[in-house]
Structure formats: structure tokens, C-alpha cells
Design a protein around this ligand. Sequence first.
Ligand code: PMP
Length: 405
Amino acid sequence: MDYKKKFPIFSNIESHYLDTAATAQKPKVVLDKVVEYYENDNGNPGRGSHALSIKAEELLTDARKTVQKFINAKKTEEIIFTKSTTESINLIAYSYGLDYINEGDEIILGISNHHANIVPWQFIAKKKKAKLKYVYLDDNDQFDLNDFKYKMSDKTKIVAVSAVVNVTGVIQPIKEIIEIAHKWNALVVVDAAQSVLHFKHDVQELDADFLVFSGHKIFAPMGIGVMYGKEEILNKMSPFLYGGDMIEFVTEQDSTFAQLPNKFEGGTQNVGGAVGLQEAINFLEEIGYEKINEVEARLYEKAMKEMNKLGFIETYSDENVEKTGVIAFNVKGVHSHDVSFILDSYDVAIRSGHHCAQPLMSYLDVPSCCRVSFSIYNDEKDVDKLIEGLKKVGEIFLSKDKSEN
Ligand code: PMP
């Protein structure tokens, strides 16, 4: 099956797109669904009693059911639409953190967390005089469960971790993390931004308290994200955004708030985005995780083999740990942005820099690196072009160095 054909961007432009971990390209079925919504069904959900408003509300509810099934939440009320993973984590930090984290409490973060799962907690820690603690990495560059056990205590109120590390693609032991945290009555925030494209998340089986992800990383449009929370926890949290349909009654001086999920969806919801996310989930499930991971693993193996042959690439991909199709690497002695710039002239798109994970980069003592990430629409030609571009990087930078020495 030529999955590339399902993604119009690859017919419209020349691109060897190896940056899916930043954002996935969109299949035609998703794009068509969003256009269909705006061409036929657009209305403000829940605001009016006319047909289009009612239709938009129905579509939103239907999309919510698809997300509920996707992560096996108990109820649709536990699915809150946000604009992104970042907004979802901010929602939890503000709404839970401001009310329930107090002076002397502790928040535990993985050192591999994305900034989106660090900075909101820094804000809460400063505001509430709580303490931030980090769990470092074991020999396989994975979240160190022994370090974690050592740092947990009855002061720990929140544990926030990524299910998959965005820089390296390392899969984290989420189930064990949740089990350990719950022994201490701490709540766990699972950042699934990098993992929902790679394996099933069953929030009931995991017993996750919160789980968040962005639509744009799983073939959906930008501007739609998900915040899952257990109903009993969401019910005791304050709203995050005030105004719009999250109210019950408003008087001049006071307001009461709507039930879940509206309580957390202030303002007009992104129905087009939700419809697109629903279609993206259907698309993903139709292909299946097995196929996605098979394509990624095949291309990963080929790329690793050929990159290693070049002799001037340093990879940060530990072979002893379960990973997604991500290769973090540097061309020895060359800045990652220079590598990315030259690859771009070969129409090869990769990510370079600190990957919004500066604490991890400092911990590993790697100021910046390149990241290749594969998905279902990539093929061997993309890897060949990557290698061709990397050879050019070698020619430009490394042979010049030799002549200067
Ligand atoms: N967490 C992780 C692990 C990520 O990879 C990203 C995106 N790079 C985010 C959070 C933030 O996602 P968004 O920008 O969609 O809010």
C-alpha cells in the first residue's frame, strides 16, 4: 500500500518529510471531512436552537465519543477538548494545581519531559511554594524507576511524565510509574503527545488520572487537543477558562458553572478540529498500530545502518530500549541547524535544536541535536535522500576541517 498517495501534500510539493514527531501530515480523508463540515454543517455548538447549531453540537458529541473509545475512558464527560497538549497540561496545572498543591508539597517530573510538561509546573511550584523534583535516566536512557521510588513520598502530589520522549522516541514505563505513584496517593499526568501515534492507551487499564495529547501529531488538524481526566477529579477542580458555554447561571456578581465536559470548555469549541480529529482517529485505527510501527521500524533499521556506515554520525539511540521510529543524532563537530539547513536543500525535512527539552539536553550534555522521525507515509527513497544529504554535510564541513588541519 502506498500510503504517501493518501496525503495530498506529497503530490503538491517535493518533500522527504522526516519530522512527524513535530507534526504529522494530513490525509485527504481528514482534510475532506473538515471542508465538508464547514461547507455543510457549520454552526455554533450548543448556543442556538436552529438546525446548524444543533448539528454542530451533535458532531462535537460524536467526536467526543470517538475519543472516549480511542482511549477507553469510562465516560464522554471525561474527554475535554482543548487546543493542544500544552493547553491541556496548563489546564491541569492551573485548575488542579492552584487549588490542591500547597506549600511543602512536591511535584515529580521526568527529566525527559517536554517544556510543555515542565514550565506549567514551575509556575505552580513558585506560586504555591511547592518543590519540583526530577527523575533522571537509567542506563538505557529511560525514566529510572529506582530513582523514582527513592524520590516518592507522601509529600508528592503530582507526577507528570511523557509516555514517549520527544527527543529520543524512548518509550517510558508508564504503567509502573502510575502503580508506584498511586501507592503514595499522587496523581499522574501522562503526556501522550508522542505516544498516541504508536500504541493503544487504555486509561482505565493504566489507571491514569490525566492523559493529554494533540490532534496534529496523529494526522488531525492543528488547534485541537484532548485532556482526559477521571470524572471524580475533574468534578472537584475549578474551571480553567471562564466565559461562554461553561456557565450555568450568571448574575452581576457571581456565576455557577456547567457540568462536565462544558465546565472546562470556555468559549466556542473547535468543532471543525474535533471532526477532523475524529476522522484522523478512524484513519489511524484503520491502518492499525501494527502497520504504523512496522513501517517505522523498517525505515529506522535502514537509516541507522546507513548512517552508521558514514562514520561521522553520532546517534543517541540506545538499542536496548523500546523506541518509536525516531533517531536523535549529530554530525560530529557540526551544529544541528547547519545539518538541517543543508538537508532542506535536498527537500529533506528534519528537526534540529533543543526540541523543547532543554533540561534533558543539559542532563545529557548535548546542547543541540538533529531528529529524524518516520511515519506511515515515508519510504526507502526518503531514507536514501537523507543519506545523500548527510554525505553532502560531510563533504562541506568535514573535508574543509581536514584541509585546515
Ligand atoms: N509534549 C510532548 C512530548 C511533545 O512532543 C509536544 C510537541 N512537540 C508537546 C508536549 C507539546 O505539544 P503541542 O505543541 O501540540 O501543545
